[in-house]
Design a binder for this molecule. Sequence first.
Ligand code: NAP
Length: 439
Amino acid sequence: MGNFALFGEKLSHSYSPLLHYMIYKDLGIDSTYSLLEFEKDSLKEYIKKIKEGIINGANVTIPYKVEVMQYVDIIDSNAEKIGAVNTVCLKRNTVFATNTDYYGIEKTLEDTRKDGVYLILGYGGAAKTVLTYLLNNGAKKVYIATRNKYKYISKDNICKFVGYDEISTIKGDVIINTTPVGMSPHCNDNPISHSFDVYNNFKVAFDLIYNPTETEFLKEARKHGLDVRNGLKMLVYQGIKSCEFFLEEKFCVDDMFDKIYPKILDIINGSKKNISLVGMPGCGKSTIGKIVAQRLGFEYVDLDEYIENLEGMCISDIFSTHGETYFREVEERCLKEVLKRDFVVISTGGGSVLRESNRDFLMKHSLVIYLDRSVEDILGDVDVNSRPLLQGNKNRLRELYNQRYRLYEVVSDIRIKNNSSIDKVVNVLLDILKIYKIA
Ligand code: NAP
């Protein structure tokens, strides 16, 4: 559907590709989102790639949000007023630019006092957006701490530019870090490390940084009793709004946010340490699972083999001797046992998604990959007589596929079509795992 990208100078910290991957999966569309790092001199050339349709749209980040404005054709009025853009896109041969950070800031600060006193740290592209939001919403006073306050002239009495040596005397409601100080990999830095007293004068601290999820700036604010919030909510909302702009569609933004935010938080916090493969019998889970485990240096567990070892008989015999309900009980117990470990790739049985408790456990303790292979391809190389639930009947496989397809979709973070060579499928999967910062 489109090739989208993030333009910036240093992007290794970025979770935007993951965010966009999640949005495209939620929308059921095939689009790509790449990180394009380059020096300032190349910015014009990259906007030309958008004009030529080589890249369909891009988000723009540090330090190009202001610079990029001179190269686009049309800037919407809010972004023009802000003086910074973060989203550019080709529409009807014209490069349009907008600022969706504004929406992310609005959502993050929606429950804070509107006519309060604010202190913004830093004055770059994102700070300009925060400032416009605060002024649009009736801020009484906004102090802006910059490293060179004399560079700027305030047009009214509401804004006051100050040096960092003056901030400990300021009293207000919300203190907002818009500098990159404290961002991964420089996680020990705090933009106000010499003025911790300032925390005592504020009620809320907002750091636009989301990686790490709690910066030194926020950690210290929390210790001083402030209500703290990071930049993740802003990231997710601005990303969803950027996709609306790219695709010229309206989404249920809050519903999408509710689905994506907890998933991305899990990934950033590193709470998903296992990989589970789900899909129909014969879709390639065991073959691909083994190779992926080896490439990642993870332990590999085939759940059916694990059950067979435990029960001392093959799956077909468990079914014929004890029945399906017994098998499902054992399967649930084994699945939970294996997923309590870390760094495991597990190939699940085709029916393990049938129980809601299994689905919940899979989603909570692993990154779930749905290997989607067509029934015709499966029938091409699976002996239906060797699979207990197929009972030698090809139509039964079609029935099972129709029953289970939705469950595989719902439980999975990633859906991979297994319709080419094993090597290609493994490489596609490993590329996606890189987006998840796992490979
Ligand atoms: P930017 O245009 O480069 O502005 C950053 C500003 O921070 C600079 O203009 C500078 O202001 C100040 N600064 C830079 N280095 C500093 C240092 N070593 N010490 C003190 N101050 C310093 O960047 P931006 O696009 O505004 O982004 C700023 C931050 O917001 C980044 O961490 C970015 O990741 C984050 N952000 C997050 C989201 C999100 O969705 N959560 C969205 C946008 C941005 P002065 O020269 O005036 O001091």
